[in-house]
Design a protein around this ligand. Sequence first.
Ligand code: PBG
Length: 327
Amino acid sequence: MTTPIIRPRRLRGTPALRRLVAQTRVHPAQLVLPLFVHEGISSPRPIASLPGVSHHTLDSLADEIDRAAAAGIGGVMLFAVPAARDAVGSAACEADGILNRAIAGAKDAAGGRLVVMSDLCLDEFTDHGHCGVLAEDGSVDNDATLEVYARMGVAQAAAGADVLGLSGMMDGQVEAVRAALDGAGRTDVALLAYAAKYASALYGPFREAVDSQLVGDRRTYQMDPANRREAALEAALDEAEGADIVMVKPALPYLDVLADVAAQSAVPVAAYHVSGEYSQIEAAAANGWIDRRAAHLEAVTSIVRAGADIVVTYAALDLATWLTEGA
Ligand code: PBG
């Protein structure tokens, strides 16, 4: 009988040894918490499809940002549900549109303690639910949409956003928004490009949360889950167009893509642990089938291990608490 000389188990023997040799560490400062503001409510309201996440009023948004800052979270990503929608998403570009008011309120509440990011996309604002404006034949008109994104970007910068999250997957969107911002003298505002955003089944709870009007799907602009090398192209294009941060979305089913993008990018890389990923853990935990805390910690650790510098997650507040306790 031979006895092994090399024994990897030696370094797993105690919590102190395991802590010493851990090759991935997650810190609250690299987490971003998505937040929803709803124009039509007067007090915060839980979102059924996203347990633990609520629709906020402008007041309760400020309280939540205070909590996030106190927990040491790195940033917030703002989404809004407007009271009225139209074909071109007009409210997105108006200074008193709900998202722009939320940005201004968030900026005040943050007081420089965390980064205020805003979603730059039309899907919450259009009555057809697509991420862009439509051509006569009903298709999503890429270049006409760029013109609206440019105005939306300048409005969000004026409202006080530090970083704009370009999530619409239109070709040339980074270049268009960068040029508009620079033209408006806002060379200081950064762009987080959703570079590789897949047409995923995991956005369901989010679409519920924003009362999405979409009929059909987004497969003519979001990426096909079958494609890996295409993500490298999308990320390279966005970086060349001036993206300050590139993102992969969803996260866990796309860790191969995330690792590729992290290996090729000179800019920071983010990953979005999306609503369906979050709610799967929540639903299983609610049934007693999975340990909620362990599952969320494993998810975020895996996303960082694969190469994410930044993780957008609905669990950011709990994670910050758990990571601080564990430190
Ligand atoms: C679209 C957008 C989506 C999400 C954020 N912005 C997806 C979509 O509806 O196609 C999804 C986020 C999530 O599921 O958590 N602008």
